[in-house]
Design a protein around this ligand. Structure first.
Ligand code: NAI
Length: 349
């Protein structure tokens, strides 16, 4: 089913509002989700609405949070999300970080006590659009073995980065620190297909190709990915005085409980380093260099990070966004949720 971004946003907003979020917050969440779908990151778009709706309806997201913002130093602050919608809190915190980096050259803003905040590209892109470098990191529920381990300890802890080039172009990457998303394992299960032995391990910590034997995901690049996900947990969890490691709350275990997650935005103003004009020109030059560098066999061109998503976004703006029929049917229905997620831990199923 093809829909316009505007229609998708409206449908999601209405559903989240009916589930119990205020109109403002429903709109804020819908905007982040529509951004992900428009860029082709469907794992963090409309398909998440029913889960959020169930969590909202069951009290696991605060529908009338009191947000607080406290400046803790010349370039640092803490935004407390009071366990409201993570997308909304992380967005407001990024606005504050942008303001601070414009004034002071750099900003480090911790976002405490939030629920899931979706695709981090949304937040760092705002920084790039404001002529700043944006970095965002967040915790997620434990489903990854530490290198050499057999038990899940860290989450898929994503890292996002954006830097502005000339015009509207920017470099942007946004990636989980796992080889594959959990959704890919579920997809293989649904099709009864084997998975690559580089994705996940069984209960003994042995690599497995059987999606039904998966007990935990593997970090990207072995020990190097493991240390990156640790860094994310330190910066977005321990630094903010939040639960960390395997004490981070699970997405599906108890939908009546607040999640208390953490996120950290780091925003850097190129003006106080090499100067904005020079910086943007060099980012553009690096994009061009990469596009012009010799492709390996099987590749047409080397893309810079964010190039393909930006192209997809432009194409979708003209042709509409492809949404799975079942997700669309749910969005246009009167159903708030089908009780499909509570206590159905993704690992167990
Ligand atoms: P992915 O594997 O689809 O892409 C990762 C990055 O690699 C992209 O941003 C892209 O810039 C770059 N890339 C991929 N192919 C490329 C190519 N051929 N040339 C150049 N660059 C290329 O992303 P992943 O890891 O599946 O993450 C998806 C989303 O999940 C992200 O938006 C992330 O923020 C979100 N996420 C959110 C979590 C949360 O708790 N809020 C937890 C984990 C992930």
């Amino acid at each position: 089913m093809k829909v316009t971004k505007q229609e998708l946003r409206e449908l999601m907003k209405t559903k989240l509002n009916k589930a119990g979020l205020s109109e403002d917050h429903a709109e804020g969440v819908a905007d982040v989700l529509a951004h992900a779908d428009a860029r082709g990151v469907h794992s963090h778009g409309a398909m998440r609405v029913e889960y959020y709706a169930e969590r909202i309806a069951k009290g696991g997201i605060n529908t009338s949070p009191i947000f607080t913002y406290e400046k803790t130093g010349p370039c640092s602050a803490i935004f407390d999300g009071d366990n409201g919608a993570g997308h909304v809190a992380a967005n407001l915190a990024m606005d504050e970080a942008i303001k601070m980096a414009k004034e002071n050259g750099i900003a480090v803003v911790g976002v405490r006590r939030i629920s899931h905040s979706g695709a981090l590209s949304y937040f760092v892109e705002k920084a790039a659009q404001a002529n700043l470098i944006g970095i965002s990191l967040c915790q997620s529920d434990p489903m990854v073995v530490p290198y050499g381990g057999a038990e899940p300890y860290y989450g898929t802890n994503p890292i996002a980065f954006a830097a502005p080039g000339n015009g509207e172009d920017h470099i942007l990457f946004d990636m989980a620190t796992t080889v594959q998303a959990w959704g890919k394992v579920l997809h293989a299960r649904s099709k009864n297909e084997p998975i690559s032995d580089t994705w996940a391990v069984d209960v003994n910590g042995e690599p497995t190709t059987d999606p039904f034997k998966v007990n935990a995901l593997l970090p990207i690049a072995g020990p190097k990915g493991y240390v990156l996900m640790m860094m994310v947990d330190v910066l977005s969890g321990i630094l903010l005085g939040l639960p960390f490691g395997n004490k981070v709350s699970s997405m599906y275990e108890d939908l009546t409980e607040y999640r208390n997650l953490g996120q950290l935005h780091i925003v850097i103003n190129p003006e106080v380093f090499t100067g904005l004009r020079n910086f943007k020109q060099n980012i553009t030059d690096t994009m061009v260099d990469l596009n012009n560098s010799k492709p390996a066999p099987g590749f047409k061109q080397v893309s810079y990070p964010g190039q393909r998503s930006a192209a997809r976004e432009k194409e979708n703006a003209v042709n509409g966004i492809d949404i799975v029929d079942a997700v669309y049917d749910y969005l246009i229905s009167d159903v708030i949720h089908n009780n499909a997620y509570d206590n159905k831990n993704a690992f167990a199923k």
